[in-house]
Structures are given as structure tokens and as C-alpha cells.
Design a protein around this ligand. Structure first.
Ligand code: ADP
Ligand code: MG
Length: 461
């Protein structure tokens, strides 16, 4: 294969990865990848350090492999290696596919070898882009407060916690953006350092190796605001924790603001140094709760509006119902949809959504079975379960049957023919008809719609 062709394939794979993992993750970990070349059935991809190589291989290796096999089936294996100066890499980096939207305000950033400790902020993680709802309103209000008045009494440290993908990192970056763009309470420039606990450790170890611990300490202690993300990573890393504890104390005593995130509250972070735990609990502790359906819809609407591709409300509702785990997954699903629409010029419909997101949807399948649906619907409309699958066509039976078919389509990943078979071996066109009939009736008849919605909620919980 010649180099230009290889570069095009590589650019496409990178484009897909970027769309799938999001810009922050991409910029921090995947953009530094360089395609060394393809020899036989093996592609070699290099990264600047062993640490990054391991991380990328462990977190994204499988996906990169699959993408290569899809785009260029001759490649059977992908090897991740550490940069070595002897090779001449295929310069694919410049050949980003034009279809993938570039994040606004992007700053060209070299891979992880910079001497400074801060990590670049994601330009999308601003307060404007953060959708507020019941589950995150307290955390959001605290973050706003810190952004307006850092180190103010009662809010230092600010400790944000919650499950993965619920917006902790987003809120931290938003505080940092606000402070760097607008300055502190008196408009004076504020120096903000944001980094993950993992990077903190990585840099700390590098400083020890390079005999630069003094510089490392000075850099950290010279900031006005220090943010450390995913603190749970420090559990079991005693030396790093110790170092962090001293930095923390120094900064708080010097009247500087600290913002921390973790997946659990300070008291639930088992294995954390007790002195640190106590200190962390002294300021404001705010949690991000799991999302509600309403919040998921608002988030999807806001992200869809920015995507620049029309997405029908039905698709958004479908996603909000199906993907309930985290905003990150919800966003990943939406990004993949948009990337497909852009790359292949396809219109987004419920059908294309189900097709493109097949694997994600399967993983999130609530495992409601068609039998359960038939049972619940039969109970609701007071008919027997055998009538669900019988050949009887009287409306008193046919209508509930149509509702059950409709809900089977909505709540399971079964195909139309599969659903048909479960309803007394009916044809897939009968199911299709049922789905559109129920949709029509729901539009026309509020009571009927309410009944169907109620059934759906019961089946989903
Ligand atoms: P965490 O750090 O809690 O694991 P992130 O802050 O990285 O989660 O959020 C994951 C993704 O979801 C990010 O792309 C972020 O922009 C998005 N996100 C999370 N919560 C919201 C929200 N309330 N409004 C808009 N986007 C959100
Ligand atoms: Mg995070």
C-alpha cells in the first residue's frame, strides 16, 4: 500500500476515534499517536512515552484494532510502540478528514512532554454548555460560586463527587475557563492549574526521576487555583498522596482555592490518608446524582443543537430512554450518530440510529422481554395473555396487542420479524402497522397516550 493511501485510512480512523471518544480524551491520549507504518499484516503505532503507550493500548487498543480491520482488512494486528527516532513516520497527522468538526478554540498542543504541569482545558467544557437539572444543580451552583469568588470562606476546598460521566470534569474546566478568561473577584489574572490525579502522579514520578522535585513543588505552589480530578486514583499510591497532602495544606494556608473531584465522597474513599480525608471534608462537598430522563433530554437537545445535523426529537427520546448510565455514553452515542451522518451523508432516523448504535444499545438493553411486555399490557387492558398471541381480531384484543407490539419495538432490540413471531407468528408488516397505528392514536388521544406511557414506565423500572 502506498503512503498517501495509508495516510487517508489512518486519518479516517483517527477521525472516527475522535468522534467516538470526544475531544478531551482524544487530545490528551490519542492525538499523539503516530502511524509508523504497515508491514505485512501488522500496523505499528507509536506514542511518545511508555506510559502513554500502555494507556492507549489498554483503553483504546481493541477499538483501534477493530477500526483497522474494518478500514483495511489486511491489517490483522496493531502494535503500540514507543517513539524511536530511527523511523520515518507516515505523516498522517496533518490529514485530518475535513468532515469531522474541529473543536472551537483549539490550541495546537504537543504531546505529553511539556515541562509545565497543567493539562489543556477542553474548550467545550464551559458553564454555557453545561445543562443544569435537579441532579446537578447543587454541584453547579457551588462551581459557579467558586468561579466568581475563589477561596471564599466555606467553599474551600470544593469537593465534587459522583459516578463516571456525570459532569465532574466538565464543571472543573468550566471554573477554570471562567477564571482564566475573566480573572478573580477583582478582575486580577488568576493562575489556574488543572490536572488529573493520574497526571499528578505521573509528573511527580517524572520529577523524582529527573531530580526536579523542587521545581515540581514550586510550580504547584505558585498557582492561585489548583484542581485535581479523579482523586480516587491516588488511593494506594502513598508517596504521591503524601506529596499531594503537603501541596494541599500549603495552598489552603496561603489562601488559594482547591477544587477536587472523586467518584465517592471523602468519607467513602477507603484507603485515603485520614488527615487528607478530614481536610477534604472541611470545605464544600457537593455530589452529582445520576441523571433523570428530563435532564438527559435537555442535554441531548442542547448537544444536538450544536451538532449542526438535524436529529428528530423521536431519536433523542429514544436515546434518553435507552442510555441511562452516564452523560458521557449518551454523548458518545450522539457523536457517533453525527459522525456517521457526516461521513456517509445519511439522514438520521430511528432506524439508522438503531443500526449505527447497535452495539451500544445491546449493552444498555434493559432486558425487558417481549413476554413481560405481553403480560403487563394484557393485565392493563384486562385481557388474557393467550389472547395476545391468538388470531382474534376484535378491537378489544387487537388494540392491546398493537400496544404490546409497539412497546416491544421501543423497549427491546428485537427486529420486526422477531417480534411478529412472538405474537402468534404474525408477519413483520403487521408489527410495522401496529407501531404506526399506536403512534397515530397517541397523537390523537391523550388518555390513550397516557396509558401507553404509563405502561412503558412500569416496564422500564
Ligand atoms: P466525569 O468527569 O464526571 O466522569 P465529564 O465531566 O467528563 O464526567 O462528562 C462526560 C461528558 O458528558 C462530557 O463530554 C461532558 O461535557 C458531558 N456532560 C456531563 N454533564 C453534562 C451536563 N450537565 N451538560 C452538558 N454536558 C454534560
Ligand atoms: Mg472526569
Amino acid at each position: 500500500m502506498d503512503k498517501p493511501q495509508l495516510a487517508t485510512i489512518w486519518a479516517k480512523i483517527r477521525g472516527i476515534l475522535q468522534a467516538e471518544v470526544g475531544d478531551a480524551e482524544y487530545r490528551n491520549w490519542l492525538r499523539p499517536m503516530t502511524l509508523v507504518g504497515v508491514v505485512g499484516d501488522e500496523a505499528a503505532i507509536s506514542l511518545p512515552t511508555a506510559f502513554m503507550r500502555d494507556w492507549v493500548r489498554d483503553h483504546h487498543g481493541a477499538r483501534v484494532n477493530t477500526l483497522w480491520q474494518t478500514e483495511w482488512p489486511e491489517v490483522r494486528r496493531v502494535n503500540f510502540v514507543v517513539n524511536n527516532v530511527a523511523h520515518s513516520p507516515v505523516e498522517a497527522r496533518a490529514a485530518q478528514p475535513a468532515e469531522i468538526p474541529k473543536p472551537r478554540l483549539e490550541t495546537e498542543e504537543k504531546p505529553d512532554t511539556r515541562p509545565d504541569i497543567a493539562v489543556a482545558l477542553d474548550p467545550r467544557f464551559t458553564f454555557e454548555a453545561f445543562v443544569v437539572g435537579k441532579p446537578n444543580e447543587v454541584a453547579h451552583a457551588c462551581a459557579r460560586r467558586v468561579a466568581e469568588q475563589p477561596a471564599c470562606h466555606g467553599f474551600n476546598p470544593l469537593f465534587l463527587y459522583g459516578g463516571v460521566g456525570l459532569g465532574k470534569t466538565h464543571l472543573m474546566h468550566a471554573i477554570a475557563w471562567e477564571l482564566t478568561e475573566r480573572g478573580g473577584a477583582n478582575g486580577k489574572p488568576v493562575s489556574v492549574t488543572y490536572l488529573s490525579a493520574e497526571k499528578f502522579m505521573y509528573r511527580f514520578i517524572a520529577a523524582i526521576r529527573g531530580h526536579q522535585t523542587i521545581q515540581f513543588k514550586e510550580q504547584l505552589r505558585g498557582v492561585d487555583v489548583l484542581m485535581v480530578d479523579d482523586l480516587q486514583f491516588l488511593i494506594g499510591k502513598d508517596n504521591t498522596q503524601e506529596e499531594f497532602f503537603h501541596t494541599f495544606n500549603y495552598l489552603v494556608e496561603a489562601g488559594k482555592q482547591i477544587v477536587i473531584s472523586a467518584d465517592k465522597s471523602p468519607s467513602d474513599l477507603n484507603g485515603l490518608d485520614n488527615r487528607l480525608r478530614t481536610r477534604l471534608g472541611c470545605g464544600m462537598v457537593a455530589d452529582l446524582h445520576s441523571t433523570t430522563y428530563e435532564l438527559r433530554i435537555s442535554i441531548l437537545e442542547s448537544k444536538a443543537a450544536r451538532a449542526g445535523v438535524p436529529i428528530p426529537p423521536k431519536v433523542l427520546e429514544f436515546l434518553a430512554h435507552k442510555i441511562t448510565s452516564s452523560v458521557r455514553e449518551l454523548e458518545g452515542a450522539l457523536n457517533r450518530l453525527v459522525a456517521h451522518a457526516n461521513l456517509f451523508g445519511r439522514v438520521i432516523t430511528l432506524e439508522t440510529t438503531q443500526e449505527v448504535l447497535h452495539d451500544i444499545l445491546r449493552a444498555h438493553d434493559r432486558k425487558v422481554t417481549i413476554e413481560e411486555i405481553q403480560k403487563k399490557v394484557a393485565e392493563h387492558y384486562n385481557i388474557s395473555q393467550t389472547e395476545m398471541t391468538s388470531a382474534r381480531r376484535a378491537r378489544a384484543v387487537a388494540r392491546p396487542r398493537q400496544v404490546a407490539m409497539y412497546l416491544s419495538k421501543q423497549l427491546t432490540t428485537r427486529s420486526l420479524p422477531e417480534i411478529g413471531r412472538k405474537f402468534g407468528n404474525r408477519d413483520h408488516t403487521t408489527v410495522m402497522h401496529a407501531v404506526s397505528r399506536v403512534n397515530e392514536l397517541m397523537q390523537a388521544d391523550g388518555d390513550f397516550a397516557e396509558g401507553v406511557e404509563l405502561l412503558r414506565r412500569m416496564l422500564e423500572s
